[in-house]
Design a protein around this ligand. Structure first.
Ligand code: PMT
Length: 377
């Protein structure tokens, strides 16, 4: 409210056991609704009006139960009915016991919602009301307020920009059952695709094999091998404004994949590998005024190797992650990126969720698009 927004509060029945609707009505100057049949303004169906008139819906604190209901699309109270009826962006600030937050069921629901464009203000580490310590404490109020402000400001600032994203690993067949691959889960690339969609971009996601649900709204091209990814990128590059290569492409593939499963027959087996095409390095040579962003997965001499890749591959920006560092790089939900620009700037980012990394990356992309005249403010 201090930032000038009109705030309307919707409470679950459980929330009313902790704080009275009258308190929130007095603070916001607007009626508080709890029941689906509440009609504070005669002649108006409250859940539809609130769903349609709101610029943003913030659910804070969000319990494991509410997150599950949102993921399943249930509409069994006023809050979830509005969430289902709205087209406004939804921000969720979870708060719960650490065991509940890290439970695979909750995390699966979070994943489902993220794939649909719902954004999470991740909980922090701390001591809970029950005395347990861990991840699950609601984010600090200034962090939540800032997330709301940023979300409201950035809506559609990449409207119509065509963003091409690669994600996940590639699998290079050895025989019909074995492959050479790597540990990429696709989470980083999918987060970039999700974030780009939330900014209004037109997204084509070329993905290696992953267990993830692709974000709604992206045009998805599924591939297995580096060669297939190369062909898919070549087919889409011409029509894109931005290319972000988050995929962990296998640099080598078995020279002659076997047509049938190789039996165990000797103590040793030598595989001969040949180099795959450098997808990013090849297309970026003809980038024109497109913005081309690479990632670098490094384990040593991090900045030096990333800078070398940035130059050799003719990139505008490279996001480097130290994949030996805990909670960074492959598989997890968080990453710590350092952004290295072609003009020499080096911007280290703190450890954050992959979705937040994607936001930072897109902010950088937007600035570069404006500078290249490919986007107008
Ligand atoms: O998928 P996650 O589990 O979320 O993990 C995220 C990640 C660690 C995979 C991601 O953050 C990341 O670092 N992606 C790039 C991995 C990689 O292949 O890095 P590289 O340093 O080997 O390659 C440099 C760049 O060239 C990358 O943009 C890569 O997509 C591209 N490349 C590499 C080889 C190749 N043959 N063709 C390419 O286009």
């Amino acid at each position: 409210m201090r930032a000038g927004h009109t705030v309307r509060v919707v409470m679950t029945h459980s929330a009313t056991r902790l704080i009275s609707p009258a308190t929130l009505a007095a603070l916001t100057g607007n009626p508080v609704v709890v029941d689906v049949f509440d009609e504070p303004e005669p002649g108006q169906i409250a859940h539809i009006r609130l769903a349609q008139d709101s610029d943003l819906i913030l659910i804070a604190p969000a319990t494991a139960h509410t997150i599950a209901r949102l993921a399943l699309g249930l509409a069994d109270d006023m809050l979830t009915t509005i969430a289902l009826a709205t087209r406004a962006p939804i921000l969720v600030a979870p708060a719960m016991n650490p065991a509940m937050w890290t439970h695979p069921a909750t995390q699966a629901h979070v994943q489902t919602l993220r794939a649909r464009g719902v954004e999470f203000i991740d909980p922090t580490y701390g001591v809970m009301a029950c005395g347990d310590e861990g991840w699950g404490k609601i984010a600090d109020t200034p962090v939540i307020v800032q997330a709301v402000q940023q979300r409201l400001q950035r809506t559609h600032d990449l409207q119509g920009v065509r963003v091409l994203v690669t994600a996940g690993p590639t699998y290079e067949p050895i025989d019909p059952v074995r492959f050479v691959g790597n540990r990429s889960s696709g989470k980083m690339g999918y987060a970039v695709a999700e974030a780009a969609l939330a900014h209004g971009a037109v997204v084509r996601l070329i993905t290696g094999p992953t267990a993830l649900t692709p974000p709604v709204g992206a045009e998805v091209v599924r591939v297995q091998t580096a060669q297939q990814m190369f062909e898919a990128v070549q087919a889409a590059f011409e029509a894109c404004d931005v290319f972000i290569a988050a995929a962990a492409v296998a640099d080598y593939r078995p020279e002659r994949p076997l047509p049938t499963k190789r039996k165990r027959q000797s103590q040793h087996w030598t595989l001969r590998l040949v180099a795959n095409p450098d997808i990013l390095g090849t297309v970026a040579q003809h980038k024109g005024n497109r913005v081309v962003v690479g990632f670098a997965a490094e384990t040593d001499n991090i900045l030096h190797h990333a800078q070398e890749k940035l130059m050799r591959k003719n990139l505008d920006l490279i996001a480097v992650n130290n994949v030996l560092e805990p909670e960074s790089g492959f598989e997890g939900d968080t990453n710590r990126l350092t952004l290295i620009y072609a003009d020499g700037r080096v911007v280290p980012l703190p450890l954050m969720s992959k979705r937040d990394c994607a936001e930072q990356l897109l902010q950088a992309v937007r600035e570069m698009l404006l500078r290249k005249g490919r986007l107008t403010a």
